[in-house]
Design a protein around this ligand. Structure first.
Ligand code: PMP
Length: 430
């Protein structure tokens, strides 16, 4: 069926016509996805896109990876969900995550990253008996109330409380302190003022939900020191950075070890899995019984198909030169785009890490969220809209990052760089 008709039906049956907040993109409200494979997806009218959006990050191996899909099909021959006890796959996955990620001694599986961050904060409050959570402007940790604020804020709302939804109790918002990323001084001040009330500090070690702010080593070390001194729980939200940047996450790259780690996205190449791992004494507060020190549950947690997908993904990430490939392509894109924009005289800062890239239309630096207020949002979005004309998909929303996968090739990068020159010239003249 033609995609305009399907999209109309979607808008009648589904609020907003899509099943997640940022899937309805201005200019693309009739987009209906029909097929995806490797580095490409196709819409219901047969138009193909070279995909650098990558579903906000999970398919590090590329869409519909045959090895992952084969493992999921094979899982269908074993147990499906029985809702009692544990399966061998769950044990193997927990052991693998503990082996790979420095902070992880014990691990619990969820279906999403939001559930993992929710439970991280719950157990931090349970362990400390404290109320406050610290988050950073620009970081996203999922849809639940304590963290649903101050992601992409307008200039006048930075530093205040800027919820991403109504319907959140003011006392919940009030219990979250929002600080500027990369400001050790702000962290020290918050602990000086409120240390005895801070249950947890939660941070994306690289805030990729606003593109890419690279963390200063001293900042991450300050978080660790202040949390240790005050007895607060340090949570690294590695839902994006985990497995994509390093099998051990950003904590393996930085050498700064949090108390708890949340994971998701690239663990299972797109199958719905999240995980919360960390120090045994904290994780052991989760009892499987209601009323236990901290309660954790989920009907679908550890579903055998999803666990098989995760095990197959991690096996492939370890066995094949996935990181070398995506890092090399990412580097080519960052330097190639920098050259393209420079040669056109368009002020731009192309940044990222490994497989992640983002081109801001502003001059550097990009240390804190405030710096990103200088980005020319019209140019950022206009450039990406122009890329669509060339069959190249980078999400046309302000500050969104893009990704390369193991399925992308050097020829795909050549295509992006050629199209970028035309798209930037056109968008710059608009
Ligand atoms: N943490 C981070 C850093 C994320 O980027 C996201 C999702 N974009 C989440 C948590 C929430 O994960 P999910 O959408 O799977 O609930």
């Amino acid at each position: 069926m033609n995609q305009r008709v399907l999209a109309e039906r979607a808008r009648r049956a589904i609020p907003g016509g899509v099943n997640s907040g940022q899937r309805n993109v201005p200019g693309l409200s009739d987009l209906v996805i029909a097929h995806a494979e490797g580095a490409r997806f196709r819409d219901a009218d047969g138009k193909e896109y070279l995909d650098f959006h990558a579903a906000f990050g999970p398919p590090l191996l590329g869409h519909n990876d045959p090895d992952v899909n084969a493992a999921v099909a094979e899982a269908g021959n074993g147990a499906d969900l029985c809702g009692v006890g544990v399966t061998e796959g769950e044990v193997e996955l927990a052991e693998t995550l503990a082996e790979l990620v420095p902070s992880v001694e014990r691990v619990l599986l969820t279906s999403t990253g939001s559930e993992a961050t929710f439970h991280a904060l719950r157990v931090a409050r349970a362990a400390t008996g404290r109320r406050l959570v610290v988050k950073f402007q620009g970081c996203y940790h999922g849809w639940h109330d304590s963290v649903s604020l101050n992601v992409i804020s307008s200039a006048e709302k930075v530093g205040g409380r800027d919820p991403i939804s109504t319907g959140i109790l003011p006392e919940v918002l009030e219990a979250t302190l929002v600080l500027p990323f990369n400001s050790s001084q702000a962290v020290r001040q918050a602990f000086a003022d409120h240390g005895a009330d801070i249950a947890a500090v939660i941070v994306e070690p690289v805030p990729h939900n606003v593109g890419c702010l690279l963390p200063e080593q001293e900042f991450l070390r300050t978080l660790r020191e202040e949390c240790t001194k005050a007895g607060s729980v340090l949570v690294f939200d590695e839902v994006i950075t985990g497995f994509r940047h390093h099998l051990g996450g950003w904590q393996a790259i930085s050498g700064v070890t949090p108390d708890l780690t949340t994971m998701g996205k690239a663990i299972a190449n797109g199958y719905p899995v999240g995980a919360l791992g960390g120090r045994a004494d904290l994780m052991d507060l989760f009892s499987s019984r209601p009323g236990g020190p901290a309660f954790f549950a989920g009907t679908y947690n550890g579903h055998p198909a999803v666990v098989a997908a995760a095990l197959a993904t991690l096996r492939k990430l370890r066995a094949e030169p996935v990181h070398a490939h995506v890092f090399a392509l990412g580097e080519r894109i960052r330097s190639g785009l920098t050259e393209v924009f420079d040669s056109l005289g368009i002020p731009a800062l192309v940044t990222g890490y490994g497989s992640v890239f983002v081109g801001y239309f502003m001059t550097g630096p990009a240390r804190t969220y405030d710096d990103l207020l200088r980005n020319d949002a019209n140019m950022f979005i206009g450039y990406r809209r122009r890329l669509l004309d060339h069959g190249i998909f980078e999400l046309p929303l302000n500050l969104k990052r893009s990704h390369v996968s193991y399925a992308h090739t050097d020829a795909d990068v050549d295509r992006l760089l050629e199209a970028a020159a035309v798209a930037a010239r056109q968008a710059g003249g608009e």
